[in-house]
Design a protein around this ligand. Sequence first.
Ligand code: 6CS
Length: 316
Amino acid sequence: DTWRYAFEEALDEVQGIYAQKFKEEIEANTDHEIQLFPYGTLGESADIMEQAQDGILQFVDQSPGFTGSLIPEAQVFFVPYLLPQEPETLASFFENSKAINEMFPKLYADQGLELLTMFPEGEVAITTKEPFKTPEDLDEVKIRTMTNPLLVESYKAFGATPTPLPWGEVYGALQTNIIQGQENPMFFIESTKMYEVTDYVTRIGHNNFTTAVMANKDFFEDLSDEDRQAIRDAADAAFAHIIDYQKGLTEASVEKIREAKPSMTFTTLSEEERQPFRDAASEVEAKFLEMTGDSGKEILDQMKEDLKTAEDATQS
Ligand code: 6CS
Protein backbone atom coordinates (compact mmCIF):
# COMPACT_ATOMS: atom_id res chain seq x y z
CA ASP A 1 0.00 0.00 0.00
CA THR A 2 0.91 3.64 -0.21
CA TRP A 3 0.66 5.41 3.14
CA ARG A 4 0.22 9.17 3.32
CA TYR A 5 2.26 11.19 5.82
CA ALA A 6 1.81 14.96 6.27
CA PHE A 7 3.87 17.34 8.37
CA GLU A 8 4.03 21.03 9.28
CA GLU A 9 7.34 21.97 7.69
CA ALA A 10 9.24 21.77 4.39
CA LEU A 11 11.10 18.63 3.30
CA ASP A 12 14.48 20.07 4.26
CA GLU A 13 13.34 21.32 7.67
CA VAL A 14 13.52 19.20 10.85
CA GLN A 15 10.10 17.53 10.55
CA GLY A 16 10.85 16.85 6.88
CA ILE A 17 14.22 15.26 7.64
CA TYR A 18 12.51 13.05 10.22
CA ALA A 19 9.78 12.11 7.75
CA GLN A 20 12.29 11.27 5.02
CA LYS A 21 14.17 8.94 7.34
CA PHE A 22 10.92 7.31 8.44
CA LYS A 23 9.94 6.80 4.79
CA GLU A 24 13.35 5.33 3.96
CA GLU A 25 13.09 2.82 6.83
CA ILE A 26 9.52 1.79 6.00
CA GLU A 27 10.32 1.31 2.32
CA ALA A 28 13.46 -0.70 3.14
CA ASN A 29 11.73 -2.99 5.62
CA THR A 30 8.14 -3.46 4.40
CA ASP A 31 6.28 -3.75 1.05
CA HIS A 32 4.66 -0.38 1.66
CA GLU A 33 5.45 3.04 0.31
CA ILE A 34 5.17 6.40 1.99
CA GLN A 35 3.99 9.51 0.18
CA LEU A 36 5.15 12.67 1.94
CA PHE A 37 3.06 15.85 2.13
CA PRO A 38 5.11 18.81 3.34
CA TYR A 39 3.63 22.00 4.79
CA GLY A 40 1.38 23.81 2.37
CA THR A 41 0.36 20.83 0.25
CA LEU A 42 -2.69 19.85 2.34
CA GLY A 43 -3.40 22.97 4.37
CA GLU A 44 -2.47 24.19 7.82
CA SER A 45 -1.59 22.09 10.86
CA ALA A 46 -5.22 21.90 11.99
CA ASP A 47 -6.24 20.60 8.54
CA ILE A 48 -3.72 17.77 8.43
CA MET A 49 -4.70 16.69 11.94
CA GLU A 50 -8.33 16.48 10.86
CA GLN A 51 -7.33 14.43 7.81
CA ALA A 52 -5.33 12.04 10.00
CA GLN A 53 -8.24 11.60 12.41
CA ASP A 54 -10.53 10.92 9.43
CA GLY A 55 -8.12 8.33 8.05
CA ILE A 56 -7.43 10.26 4.83
CA LEU A 57 -3.85 10.42 6.10
CA GLN A 58 -2.17 7.47 7.79
CA PHE A 59 0.52 9.58 9.51
CA VAL A 60 0.73 13.14 10.72
CA ASP A 61 3.29 15.30 12.48
CA GLN A 62 1.51 17.89 14.58
CA SER A 63 3.23 19.91 17.29
CA PRO A 64 1.59 20.21 20.72
CA GLY A 65 1.48 23.93 19.92
CA PHE A 66 -1.54 23.11 17.78
CA THR A 67 -2.89 20.11 19.73
CA GLY A 68 -3.88 22.06 22.84
CA SER A 69 -7.59 22.26 22.15
CA LEU A 70 -7.80 18.58 21.17
CA ILE A 71 -5.64 17.28 24.04
CA PRO A 72 -5.40 19.95 26.75
CA GLU A 73 -2.65 18.02 28.59
CA ALA A 74 -0.35 18.44 25.54
CA GLN A 75 -0.08 22.07 26.59
CA VAL A 76 2.31 20.95 29.33
CA PHE A 77 5.07 21.61 26.76
CA PHE A 78 4.33 25.31 27.16
CA VAL A 79 4.98 25.65 30.86
CA PRO A 80 7.94 28.06 30.60
CA TYR A 81 11.40 26.85 31.66
CA LEU A 82 10.18 23.28 32.17
CA LEU A 83 12.29 21.69 29.44
CA PRO A 84 16.09 21.93 29.56
CA GLN A 85 18.12 23.15 26.56
CA GLU A 86 20.99 20.63 26.71
CA PRO A 87 20.53 18.38 23.66
CA GLU A 88 21.70 15.22 25.44
CA THR A 89 19.40 15.73 28.40
CA LEU A 90 16.50 16.48 26.09
CA ALA A 91 17.12 13.40 23.95
CA SER A 92 17.37 11.18 27.02
CA PHE A 93 14.18 12.72 28.38
CA PHE A 94 12.15 12.15 25.20
CA GLU A 95 13.50 8.63 24.82
CA ASN A 96 12.85 7.45 28.37
CA SER A 97 10.07 9.62 29.74
CA LYS A 98 7.16 7.72 31.23
CA ALA A 99 4.91 10.73 30.65
CA ILE A 100 5.72 10.71 26.93
CA ASN A 101 5.96 6.99 26.29
CA GLU A 102 3.21 5.71 28.57
CA MET A 103 0.83 8.50 29.58
CA PHE A 104 0.50 10.62 26.44
CA PRO A 105 -0.23 7.62 24.15
CA LYS A 106 -3.46 7.04 26.09
CA LEU A 107 -4.57 10.64 25.64
CA TYR A 108 -3.80 10.57 21.92
CA ALA A 109 -5.59 7.20 21.63
CA ASP A 110 -8.76 8.84 22.98
CA GLN A 111 -8.60 11.09 19.89
CA GLY A 112 -8.18 8.18 17.47
CA LEU A 113 -4.42 8.60 17.23
CA GLU A 114 -1.52 6.24 17.84
CA LEU A 115 1.32 8.36 19.22
CA LEU A 116 4.57 7.13 17.69
CA THR A 117 7.10 9.62 18.97
CA MET A 118 7.75 13.06 20.33
CA PHE A 119 11.03 14.84 19.62
CA PRO A 120 12.66 18.22 20.26
CA GLU A 121 13.28 20.71 17.43
CA GLY A 122 15.49 23.20 19.22
CA GLU A 123 15.59 26.14 21.59
CA VAL A 124 12.78 28.60 20.94
CA ALA A 125 13.97 32.15 20.26
CA ILE A 126 11.81 35.25 19.94
CA THR A 127 12.16 37.56 16.93
CA THR A 128 10.80 41.08 17.21
CA LYS A 129 10.89 44.41 15.43
CA GLU A 130 12.15 46.26 18.53
CA PRO A 131 14.63 45.05 21.16
CA PHE A 132 13.40 43.90 24.58
CA LYS A 133 14.99 42.81 27.81
CA THR A 134 12.14 42.94 30.30
CA PRO A 135 8.43 42.10 30.43
CA GLU A 136 7.80 45.89 30.57
CA ASP A 137 9.48 46.25 27.16
CA LEU A 138 6.92 43.81 25.75
CA ASP A 139 3.97 45.92 26.84
CA GLU A 140 1.59 46.30 23.87
CA VAL A 141 3.87 44.21 21.65
CA LYS A 142 1.80 41.70 19.69
CA ILE A 143 3.62 38.38 19.57
CA ARG A 144 2.28 35.61 17.38
CA THR A 145 1.88 32.24 19.07
CA MET A 146 0.71 28.89 17.81
CA THR A 147 -2.98 28.37 18.51
CA ASN A 148 -2.50 27.05 22.01
CA PRO A 149 -4.32 28.53 25.02
CA LEU A 150 -1.44 27.96 27.44
CA LEU A 151 1.10 29.56 25.11
CA VAL A 152 -1.22 32.56 25.00
CA GLU A 153 -1.13 32.60 28.81
CA SER A 154 2.69 32.47 28.76
CA TYR A 155 2.99 35.56 26.62
CA LYS A 156 0.45 37.37 28.77
CA ALA A 157 2.55 36.47 31.79
CA PHE A 158 5.64 37.72 29.89
CA GLY A 159 3.95 41.12 29.55
CA ALA A 160 3.17 40.91 25.82
CA THR A 161 -0.06 40.79 23.81
CA PRO A 162 -0.25 37.26 22.40
CA THR A 163 -1.85 36.77 18.99
CA PRO A 164 -2.52 33.12 18.07
CA LEU A 165 -2.31 32.52 14.31
CA PRO A 166 -1.81 29.56 11.98
CA TRP A 167 1.68 29.49 10.53
CA GLY A 168 0.69 30.63 7.04
CA GLU A 169 -0.34 34.06 8.28
CA VAL A 170 2.80 34.92 10.22
CA TYR A 171 5.11 36.38 7.55
CA GLY A 172 2.39 38.64 6.13
CA ALA A 173 1.22 39.75 9.58
CA LEU A 174 4.77 40.79 10.46
CA GLN A 175 5.18 42.54 7.13
CA THR A 176 2.00 44.57 7.67
CA ASN A 177 2.76 45.16 11.37
CA ILE A 178 -0.39 43.37 12.56
CA ILE A 179 2.05 41.58 14.87
CA GLN A 180 5.52 42.69 15.96
CA GLY A 181 7.10 39.39 16.89
CA GLN A 182 6.95 35.60 16.90
CA GLU A 183 8.79 32.65 18.44
CA ASN A 184 10.39 29.62 16.81
CA PRO A 185 13.56 27.52 16.81
CA MET A 186 16.57 29.12 15.09
CA PHE A 187 16.59 26.75 12.09
CA PHE A 188 12.99 27.76 11.32
CA ILE A 189 13.68 31.48 11.78
CA GLU A 190 16.40 31.04 9.16
CA SER A 191 14.61 28.74 6.70
CA THR A 192 11.38 30.74 6.69
CA LYS A 193 13.25 34.07 6.48
CA MET A 194 11.71 35.54 9.62
CA TYR A 195 14.79 37.82 9.66
CA GLU A 196 13.37 39.68 6.66
CA VAL A 197 10.41 40.90 8.71
CA THR A 198 11.95 41.24 12.21
CA ASP A 199 15.25 42.76 13.36
CA TYR A 200 16.04 41.26 16.76
CA VAL A 201 16.46 37.69 17.93
CA THR A 202 16.23 37.28 21.69
CA ARG A 203 16.98 34.10 23.57
CA ILE A 204 15.24 34.00 26.94
CA GLY A 205 15.61 30.22 27.21
CA HIS A 206 11.94 29.69 28.04
CA ASN A 207 11.29 26.65 25.90
CA ASN A 208 12.45 24.04 23.46
CA PHE A 209 10.15 23.23 20.54
CA THR A 210 8.45 19.84 20.81
CA THR A 211 6.70 18.00 18.02
CA ALA A 212 4.77 14.72 17.83
CA VAL A 213 4.28 12.08 15.13
CA MET A 214 1.25 9.83 15.15
CA ALA A 215 -0.69 7.36 13.06
CA ASN A 216 -4.44 7.03 12.56
CA LYS A 217 -5.33 4.51 15.26
CA ASP A 218 -7.81 2.38 13.27
CA PHE A 219 -5.31 2.09 10.43
CA PHE A 220 -2.54 1.14 12.86
CA GLU A 221 -4.60 -1.47 14.69
CA ASP A 222 -5.68 -3.18 11.46
CA LEU A 223 -2.06 -3.79 10.42
CA SER A 224 -0.17 -7.04 10.87
CA ASP A 225 2.13 -7.38 13.90
CA GLU A 226 5.10 -7.17 11.53
CA ASP A 227 3.95 -3.90 9.98
CA ARG A 228 3.22 -2.39 13.37
CA GLN A 229 6.67 -3.36 14.56
CA ALA A 230 8.25 -1.98 11.38
CA ILE A 231 6.50 1.34 12.04
CA ARG A 232 7.74 1.46 15.64
CA ASP A 233 11.26 0.60 14.51
CA ALA A 234 11.15 3.24 11.76
CA ALA A 235 10.00 5.85 14.30
CA ASP A 236 12.89 4.92 16.60
CA ALA A 237 15.45 5.04 13.78
CA ALA A 238 14.13 8.42 12.64
CA PHE A 239 14.27 9.69 16.25
CA ALA A 240 17.97 8.79 16.52
CA HIS A 241 18.57 10.36 13.11
CA ILE A 242 16.83 13.64 13.96
CA ILE A 243 18.70 14.01 17.26
CA ASP A 244 21.96 13.54 15.42
CA TYR A 245 20.93 15.81 12.54
CA GLN A 246 20.30 18.71 14.91
CA LYS A 247 23.80 18.77 16.40
CA GLY A 248 25.12 22.29 15.82
CA LEU A 249 22.01 23.28 13.85
CA THR A 250 21.12 26.29 16.03
CA GLU A 251 24.56 27.86 15.72
CA ALA A 252 24.80 27.08 11.99
CA SER A 253 21.43 28.78 11.53
CA VAL A 254 22.61 31.87 13.45
CA GLU A 255 25.56 32.09 11.04
CA LYS A 256 23.30 31.80 8.00
CA ILE A 257 21.04 34.56 9.33
CA ARG A 258 24.05 36.81 9.99
CA GLU A 259 25.23 36.25 6.44
CA ALA A 260 21.83 36.97 4.93
CA LYS A 261 21.25 40.01 7.13
CA PRO A 262 24.32 41.41 8.90
CA SER A 263 22.21 43.97 10.79
CA MET A 264 20.17 41.29 12.58
CA THR A 265 20.80 41.69 16.31
CA PHE A 266 21.16 38.60 18.52
CA THR A 267 20.74 38.89 22.28
CA THR A 268 20.92 36.16 24.87
CA LEU A 269 19.45 37.30 28.17
CA SER A 270 21.58 36.59 31.23
CA GLU A 271 20.27 34.48 34.10
CA GLU A 272 19.52 37.68 35.99
CA GLU A 273 17.66 39.19 33.05
CA ARG A 274 15.69 35.98 32.66
CA GLN A 275 14.48 36.03 36.26
CA PRO A 276 11.28 38.07 35.67
CA PHE A 277 10.35 35.68 32.84
CA ARG A 278 11.10 32.69 35.09
CA ASP A 279 8.95 34.25 37.80
CA ALA A 280 6.05 34.30 35.33
CA ALA A 281 6.31 30.54 34.88
CA SER A 282 4.55 29.61 38.13
CA GLU A 283 1.50 31.61 37.06
CA VAL A 284 1.44 29.71 33.75
CA GLU A 285 1.86 26.38 35.52
CA ALA A 286 -1.12 27.26 37.74
CA LYS A 287 -3.16 28.03 34.60
CA PHE A 288 -2.17 24.67 33.14
CA LEU A 289 -3.45 22.89 36.25
CA GLU A 290 -6.63 24.93 36.16
CA MET A 291 -7.20 23.92 32.51
CA THR A 292 -6.41 20.23 32.88
CA GLY A 293 -7.24 19.18 36.46
CA ASP A 294 -6.02 15.88 37.90
CA SER A 295 -5.03 14.43 34.55
CA GLY A 296 -2.79 17.44 33.82
CA LYS A 297 -1.27 17.33 37.29
CA GLU A 298 -0.39 13.67 36.89
CA ILE A 299 1.37 14.38 33.57
CA LEU A 300 3.19 17.44 34.90
CA ASP A 301 4.40 15.61 38.02
CA GLN A 302 5.56 12.65 35.96
CA MET A 303 7.33 14.95 33.50
CA LYS A 304 9.20 16.67 36.30
CA GLU A 305 10.30 13.29 37.62
CA ASP A 306 11.33 12.15 34.13
CA LEU A 307 13.27 15.39 33.59
CA LYS A 308 15.14 14.88 36.84
CA THR A 309 16.02 11.33 35.77
CA ALA A 310 17.27 12.60 32.40
CA GLU A 311 19.31 15.35 34.05
CA ASP A 312 20.90 12.92 36.51
CA ALA A 313 21.70 10.49 33.69
CA THR A 314 23.35 13.03 31.38
CA GLN A 315 24.90 15.67 33.58
CA SER A 316 26.99 13.61 35.96
O1 6CS B 1 5.43 28.22 14.38
C1 6CS B 1 4.87 27.35 13.72
O2 6CS B 1 3.67 27.39 13.50
C2 6CS B 1 5.71 26.24 13.13
N1 6CS B 1 6.98 26.10 13.77
C3 6CS B 1 7.72 25.05 13.58
C4 6CS B 1 9.11 24.98 14.07
N2 6CS B 1 7.24 23.97 12.97
C5 6CS B 1 5.90 23.88 12.48
C6 6CS B 1 4.98 24.95 12.99
O3 6CS B 1 3.91 25.12 12.15
